[in-house]
Design a protein around this ligand. Structure first.
Ligand SMILES: Nc1nc2c(ncn2[C@@H]2O[C@H](COP(=O)(O)OP(=O)(O)OP(=O)(O)O)[C@@H](O)[C@H]2O)c(=O)[nH]1
Ligand SMILES: [Mg+2]
Length: 490
């Protein structure tokens, strides 16, 4: 278990300044030390200029246009402004401040034990004929005694849990392997971005049969070929407009029924490219569950993955313009602001913003509406997992999204730090503490007792995440202990 509160933090303000062991509140203050300095300290020159302007003319001196010519030029500003060493030293860069945080021993221990962090893989070496090979504890089959001994020494998690494995059969078309449960999302259907109907199919395949029949009838009716597919081969009369309308209504009702599923759901949200889909693949131990790309924006719809009759995981499209070009960002912002103020035609947007930008903004706006709609209205939603890149912590896009989510949705959310294999353990611990502090300060719906950390590449932290997901859905199907999961990425 990870520590609940923020541990005491030592901040090295500077080489000359004092070393402070700060409490959580002090830590927050000191972290923003550079911005909380008085303006004189940060901008001495401009401050002087401003105070000069504000000064009233002295008594007896009248303002004269010639005065500047007659009065001797002001003495040149001393080039060596008495920069107080304390001032320059106390202005810490963001990076310095970050590095000055001392992670707690407990947090470091948890990170090491879970195998998180970039150096976590080098546990031991095996000198073979091919050279040195890194052996991780979960690579070798440890004898029971040795395993227990390691657990005693707290070098391994006290309890490693796994889903019950019901079948070890090769994955079939319609069943993606999920340890212990049948995953109904079809690996084949996920190869291309599925249409809405296909997504619905992923939620409730049995419901979908009826819908398919209705759709078939509708297409036939619309094409004027009703009866062509009747069982006895006798042609039927073509449908009237009222009958077609009835069919449409039935279709809509069916879709609603599917959409308002009562199956507990877990939503995975996060910035584009943060690793949501990859995490789902590692969770399911199948590289084909969701499509993954190094380019942001691959997942474009809400993808429902049903986990037997237990719960469903919803992989969401990413938010944020993390990888957009600067000019595109400006164009989007401009467009969004102005679109709220007035109609497009009035402002002549087509002339000012290129069409590509417009399409992109519509694309992102549509996504946000989609996500917001889902999170705000879905009754069966049990928990939201917000993915944050462990290398960057909370970014502006994340904060904006969480604020928006706080306004529309009262559900609790759990933050998960992803890509933990790319960060060194101390930096990971620091990010953990900074994110936890920020969440405590600004987001009341955040679950701040602990933040989960995972790496989809090494599989580290996945068991904890699985446990958390199951407890969110009130499932108690954790029965079998197992070693660390294998990574799905080669
Ligand atoms: N090193 C490392 N890379 C990762 C990890 N997880 C994902 N990636 C990489 O990050 C990139 C993006 O992964 P995706 O899973 O497609 O990201 P996403 O959040 O689903 O992106 P969108 O669908 O665009 O919202 C891929 O190139 C992955 O290989 C991880 O744990 N470690
Ligand atoms: Mg994705």
């Amino acid at each position: 278990m990870l520590p609940t509160g923020l541990m005491s933090t030592r901040v090295h303000a500077s080489a000359s300044c004092c070393r402070t062991v700060a409490s959580s509140q002090q830590f927050t203050f000191l972290r923003h030390l550079s911005t909380s300095q008085p303006s004189t300290a940060r901008l001495p020159y401009f401050h002087r200029q401003l105070t000069k302007k504000d000064k009233l003319p002295e008594a007896g001196t009248t303002p004269n246009s010639l005065t500047p010519l007659l009065t001797p030029p002001p003495p040149p500003r001393p080039s060596t402004t008495p920069k107080t060493s304390a001032t320059s030293d106390t202005i810490l860069s963001k990076r310095q401040t970050f590095k000055s945080i001392t992670p707690s021993a407990q947090l470091m221990h948890d990170i090491r034990v879970q195998g998180l962090g970039s150096k976590a893989e080098s546990w031991s070496f095996d000198k073979s004929s091919r050279g040195n090979k890194t052996i991780r504890p979960w690579d070798k089959k440890l004898p029971e005694e040795e395993w227990k001994q390691l657990q005693k020494e707290r070098r391994l998690p006290a309890k490693q849990v796994w889903f019950e494995q019901r079948t070890s059969k090769v994955v079939e078309k319609e069943q993606v392997k999920f340890p212990g449960m049948r995953f109904v999302a079809g690996a084949a259907s996920m190869k291309s971005v599925p249409k809405e109907e296909q997504l619905l199919k992923l939620v409730r395949p049995d419901y979908f049969q009826d819908l398919a029949e209705i759709e078939q009838l509708l297409t036939e009716a619309e094409e004027g070929k009703a009866g062509a597919g009747s069982a006895d081969g006798t042609p039927r009369l073509s449908m009237s407009a009222v009958e077609i309308q009835n069919l449409r209504d039935r279709k809509r009702a069916k879709e609603h029924e599917i959409k308002d599923s009562t199956l507990p759901e877990i939503a995975i949200v996060g910035r584009s490219n943060v690793g949501k889909s990859t995490m789902l693949n590692t969770l399911t131990e199948s590289p084909n569950t969701a499509r993954v790309s190094s380019k942001p924006g691959l997942t474009r719809q809400l993808n429902f993955y049903r986990c037997g009759d237990k719960f469903a995981v919803v992989d969401m499209p990413g938010y944020g313009f993390a990888f957009a070009k600067e000019e595109d960002k400006v164009a989007w912002k401009e467009l969004v602001c102005s679109a709220f103020c007035s109609s497009i035609s009035q402002f002549g947007f087509w002339d000012r913003v290129n069409k590509k930008s417009l399409l992109i903004i519509i694309f992102f706006a549509h996504r946000l509406v989609q996500i917001e709609d889902y999170l705000g209205t879905r009754k069966s939603l049990r928990r939201i997992y917000v993915m944050i890149d462990a290398r960057h912590g909370l970014k502006v896009a994340d904060k904006e999204f969480l604020t928006m989510m706080g306004a529309t949705c009262s559900k609790k959310f759990q933050v998960v730090l992803t890509k933990c294999d790319l960060v060194s353990p101390p930096d990971l611990a620091r990010t953990y503490m900074v994110v936890q502090e920020e969440l405590k300060k600004s987001f009341k719906n955040a679950m701040t007792d602990r933040i989960l950390m995972v790496s989809s590449y090494t599989g580290a932290g996945m068991n904890t995440l699985r446990k958390d997901m199951l407890s969110a859905c009130k499932q108690d199907i954790l029965v079998r202990e197992r070693e660390r999961p294998k990574s799905t990425l080669r």
